[in-house]
Design a protein around this ligand. Structure first.
Ligand SMILES: NC(=O)c1ccc[n+]([C@@H]2O[C@H](COP(=O)([O-])OP(=O)(O)OC[C@H]3O[C@@H](n4cnc5c(N)ncnc54)[C@H](OP(=O)(O)O)[C@@H]3O)[C@@H](O)[C@H]2O)c1
Length: 436
């Protein structure tokens, strides 16, 4: 500390790191009352940047920056679950320097280990910007809702996927078409797997679930399905049944165990997440006794994300911010060994040859597994060899639905494996007449 101010080093000055350098350069920023930016690091010193790096000490190697004994807080904004980002964070914590990061992959995969290092060396580890960009989701769960018992957290946590699904619905364009456009416009990465495959949302869900349910972060147990298989037909037919399709990241307690899913799901139009359009992020927290809370805002981008990093820095400077996941590591529950059995309502799309008796055969396979149909829609064939049939079920187990789907797939008239998506409930799962 120099003159009572914390000395900060930023490793990674791209989109988010650059935003943070600009916040430090703003004389009116509160950051400057408590802190001083002293060093930066990136791969390429001579790259043209929209901010001045000459006042700060330069490091080619972020690990070297993290090693400097006169840097009190290391801000890691490089990215990636391993490599230099992880090394820099480990080195900083191990010498007792505080760490702020926006790196969801790192915290989801190595969070428990890093939280252990932070406790051992009395250094803070903070990552508000890792989930929801500028929306204070972590602080809400960790601090504002600390007195509540969370039952579920369900969110739209990946702006790229939400943008693609919104565009497909509004413009009637295919997944491939919208993705190609998003890549051309820079909204999606050249390799979009992290986003459209659901992995980015799964990293964020891992972090939220750990804090919400007081459990060790456990990325391995997230069941992940991306949006690549969502077709325009699904979007249109789900809409006719009163639903919108979104990539939902959901963690919930089932029989006292944490269940985590990222997958496309159907939301009725009055679900609080159904109205979240474009690249916005949102989170619905259901907790006792507060009830349901919804957070909405910009989940990415230079300004929003840097502002969350800045708030972590101010917390450190002003002595706030407890254990990384809200409770000391020893008090976090272990990861469940078995995934809890799932129950709910489901959507199924079956592509069939337009022959008499197909609908009866389909209902028969569902009835055999004790599954009742809630709504049903068959499209006219318009001369096409195969027609889609879509239905939603009443509440059943996922195991029964999967068994019925296998039996349906083996029917002669069915031309491809049925497509199944859950229907996302909201509010209390009890019907209105039974609520206290
Ligand atoms: N962008 C967002 O809106 C957003 C939102 C929430 C969270 N995040 C997270 O924030 C972190 C940073 O994201 P970003 O979008 O700012 O990334 P970015 O624009 O790609 O910037 C990455 C920075 O890290 C530096 N870097 C990359 N590899 C390096 C290496 N091997 N050694 C040293 N420096 C290296 C780059 O150097 P050069 O500048 O020389 O290339 C650059 O300054 C990631 O963890 C990301 O997931 C981003």
């Amino acid at each position: 500390m120099a003159g009572g101010k914390l000395r900060v080093g930023i490793a990674g000055i791209g989109t988010v790191g650059g935003g943070l350098v600009k916040l430090f350069a703003d004389e009116k920023s509160r950051l400057n009352e408590k802190m001083e930016l002293v060093a930066v690091s990136a791969r390429n010193r001579s790259r043209t940047r929209s901010f001045d790096i000459s006042p700060y000490k330069w490091f080619d190697d972020p690990v070297e920056l993290a090693r400097q004994p006169d840097i009190d807080v290391v801000v890691e904004l490089i990215g990636g679950s391993d490599g230099p980002a992880k090394r820099a964070v480990e080195i900083a914590l191990a010498r007792g320097a505080h760490v702020v990061t926006a790196n969801k992959a790192l915290i989801a995969v190595h969070g428990a280990e890093l939280a252990g290092l932070s406790e051992e060396h009395g250094a803070k580890l903070m990552f508000e910007a890792a989930v929801g960009g500028g929306v204070p989701m972590i602080k809400a769960l960790k601090e504002s809702l600390a007195g509540c018992r969370a039952q579920s957290v369900a969110g739209i946590l990946n702006g790229t996927c939400n943008y693609i699904l919104t565009e497909m619905e509004h413009a009637g364009r295919s997944f491939e078409d919208v993705l190609a456009d998003a890549q051309r416009l820079g909204y999606a990465e050249a390799d979009p797997t992290m986003d459209v495959g659901g992995f980015d949302a799964a990293h964020k869900l891992t972090i939220l679930s750990a804090i919400a349910f007081g459990a060790r972060p456990d990325f391995e147990h997230v069941r992940i399905e991306g949006i690549e298989g969502v077709t325009l037909t699904d979007i249109r037919l789900a809409s006719k049944l009163g639903y919108r399709i979104k990539l939902i990241a959901k963690g919930e307690l089932i029989d006292g165990k944490v269940s985590m899913h990222v997958r496309p799901a159907l939301l009725s139009f009055d679900h609080p997440l159904a109205a979240i359009a474009g690249s916005l992020n949102a989170l619905v927290v259901d907790a006792e006794p507060v009830g349901q809370l919804t957070f909405i805002g910009r989940g990415a981008g230079e300004g929003p994300t840097a502002s969350s990093v800045a708030s972590d820095l101010l917390d450190i400077a002003e002595g706030r911010g407890g254990p990384a996941f809200g409770r000391p590591l020893a008090q976090l529950a272990d990861a469940p060994r078995a995934t809890p059995a799932e129950r709910g309502r489901f959507y199924m799309r079956v592509l069939v040859e337009d022959k008499p008796g197909v609908v009866a055969a389909l209902s028969d396979r569902l009835a055999h597994e004790n599954i009742s149909i809630e709504s049903f829609l068959q499209m006219p064939a318009y001369g096409e060899p195969a027609v889609p049939i879509v239905l939603t079920t009443q509440t059943c187990t996922r195991a029964a639905l999967d068994a019925a789907a296998r039996a349906i797939e083996s029917l002669d008239a069915v031309t491809e494996p049925p497509r199944v998506m859950p229907v996302e409930e909201h509010g209390s799962r009890r019907p209105p007449w039974s609520q206290r």
